[in-house]
Design a protein around this ligand. Sequence first.
Ligand SMILES: [Zn+2]
Length: 58
Amino acid sequence: MSEHTIAKEKAPKCSVCSKRITDLPSNRVIAHAENGEVTYTHFCSASCESKYLSKEKE
Ligand SMILES: [Zn+2]
């Protein structure tokens, strides 16, 4: 058992592939500040993160 396990119902989904991020050591989170509110975008891996970032730039 890991202390870092996220409860399944609380697990965020990857913004790119919609995979549930439960106990992945590779998961990434980006914080965006918009209109004074901070939103968090979750990714299951660095490759999904870079896909999302390259989409955003277009
Ligand atoms: Zn993903």
